[in-house]
Design a protein around this ligand. Structure first.
Ligand code: IPM
Ligand code: SF4
Length: 470
């Protein structure tokens, strides 16, 4: 009998070309696909150009403009500034010259890379996908191993279709029970990061399992795989099930006909063996998880919405106390105030974490028939042009617009404020994104992370709000 293996190890083993050390901890890994963006790919292409190299398998790469483009409701090719224009022009030239398919800003498939790849059916169970963006882990929801790589690795990948890869240690997170109504996938991942800390999963590949994960939609699973990066995990997997197959079947780039049948057959066995060894295991009880919000400047500085801003003087660890004091100072918050009393200026529904169609439906169901609070500026930035079209076909754009939201074009937008969607200094934002670092949404801007439904509720009340009380 072969040794029992985890799903993560099966994925790495099946893509290992050769061991680079005696224990097989460092390997030459075959990578099936990548996705490129205008922000992290330029130096890689410059490297290829300078070395006179070609791209080994141009059809295994796809480019989409997402980080720097504007999201103004009327789409044009114009960029907000000179640097963004230079980045997108060079990106477009690189894709053209190296034979890589490109979704430019006016393309009907344009969108945030981690939304575009799955919706086209380009992420399949059993694949290894590496890309120049940390949230490539999103693809774990399909039983694929996705991870972010730096620019020199992008160049290595493009030239060889391989990477030098160091194995991670497998860790399992089991989420038992069922979630209470009003609690979402975002709350699971935020609760987990709060528990393990922002570097709690450093060095680990996390496998999620358990009844609460099984019960989630594929979109919800993507939210978890996307955001667990903020807990330090550089690899995430979930065993593919019937829901994954149903999600993929018929997608434009997914296999069809006999190839589909063959693929489904090949995906059997993409799960951890029963006795597979995990270096670490954590259990969460789904029924205990509450809607979460962050109060600080790190994704682990989060609490259930019913709680109060914590008091640093109660923290015994001096480093953590200092971090808390600094975070509260930056966030302009006093210890002890109720989280649901914190007034907001802005509300942002967007990002590769939470701007898929299901997220927009969730938020719209909170917003329907209501108006946003006066003084709040709220916007919805769909994760992709396709999500935007589906939402419009369902009339969700009207729901948001009638409530006072701006309905925008797709892109990363105010998730990281590389375009002209930025917070002014001191502005406070309820945001469905994944990072709340200082200045993330604009210099001096204050970010509170939460689920899209919670953002919608905050926009309506004008302060952080438990959706269940609306
Ligand atoms: C720009 C890119 C390097 C970065 C990432 O890798 O995650 C960005 O997408 C982010 O979310 O901060
Ligand atoms: S939406 Fe945000 S987290 Fe996602 S790729 Fe863009 S900047 Fe990164």
């Amino acid at each position: 009998m072969p040794d029992p293996r985890t799903l993560y190890d099966k994925l790495v083993d099946s893509h290992t070309i050769r061991w680079l050390d005696e224990a097989g901890q460092q390997v030459l890994l075959y990578v099936d696909r990548t996705v490129l963006n205008e922000y992290t790919s330029p130096q890689a292409f410059t490297g290829l150009r300078e070395a006179g190299r070609e791209v080994w398998r141009p059809r295994a790469a796809l480019g989409t403009v997402d980080h720097v483009n504007p999201t103004a409701p009327r789409r044009t090719a114009a960029m907000p500034d000179e640097q963004a224009a230079r980045q997108t022009e060079y990106f477009e030239r690189n894709c053209r010259d190296f034979g890589i398919e490109l979704f430019d800003i006016l393309h009907e498939n344009q969108g945030i890379e981690h939304v575009v790849m799955p919706e086209l059916g380009l992420v399949l169970p059993g694949m290894v996908i590496a890309a120049g963006d940390s949230h490539t882990t999103t693809y774990g929801a399909f039983g694929a191993l996705g991870f972010g790589i730096g620019t020199s690795d992008i160049e290595h990948y493009l030239a060889t279709q391989t990477l030098i890869y160091r194995r991670l240690r497998p860790m399992r997170v089991i989420v038992n029970d069922t979630l209470a109504p009003g609690v979402t996938a975002k709350d699971i991942v935020m609760a987990l990061i709060r528990e393990i800390g922002a570097s709690g999963a450093n060095g680990y590949a996390v496998e999620f399992a358990g009844a609460a994960i099984d019960a989630l939609s594929v979109e919800g699973r993507m939210t978890i795989c996307n955001m667990i990066v903020e807990g330090g995990a550089r690899g995430v997997v979930m065993a593919p099930d019937e829901k994954v197959l149903a999600y993929l079947q018929g997608r434009p780039r997914a296999p069809r006909g006999a190839a589909w049948k063959q693929a489904v057959e090949a995906w059997k066995g993409l799960c951890s063996d029963e006795e597979a060894p995990f270096a670490r295991e954590i259990a969460l009880y789904g029924a205990d998880i509450q809607p979460m919000v962050t109060w600080g400047t790190s994704p682990d500085q989060a609490l259930p919405i019913g709680d109060a801003v914590p008091d640093p003087t109660h923290e015994l660890d001096p480093n953590r106390r200092r971090d808390m004091e600094r975070a509260l100072d930056y966030m302009g918050l006093r210890p002890g105030i109720k989280l649901d009393s914190i007034a907001i200026d802005r509300a942002f529904i967007g990002s590769c974490t939470n701007a898929r169609i299901e997220d927009l439906r969730d938020a719209a169901s909170v917003v329907r028939g209501r108006r946003i609070a006066s003084g709040v500026r709220a916007m919805v930035v769909p994760g992709s042009s396709a999500v935007r079209r589906v939402a419009e076909a369902e009339g969700l754009d009207r729901v948001f617009i009638e409530a006072g939201f701006e309905w925008r074009q797709s892109g990363c937008s105010m998730c990281l404020a590389m375009n002209d969607d930025v917070l002014a200094p001191g502005e406070r934002c309820a945001s469905s994104t994944n990072r709340n670092f200082e200045g993330r949404q604009g210099a001096g801007g204050r970010t509170h992370l939460m689920s899209p439904a919670m953002v919608a509720a905050a926009a309506i009340r004008g302060r952080l709000t438990d959706t269940r009380t609306l």
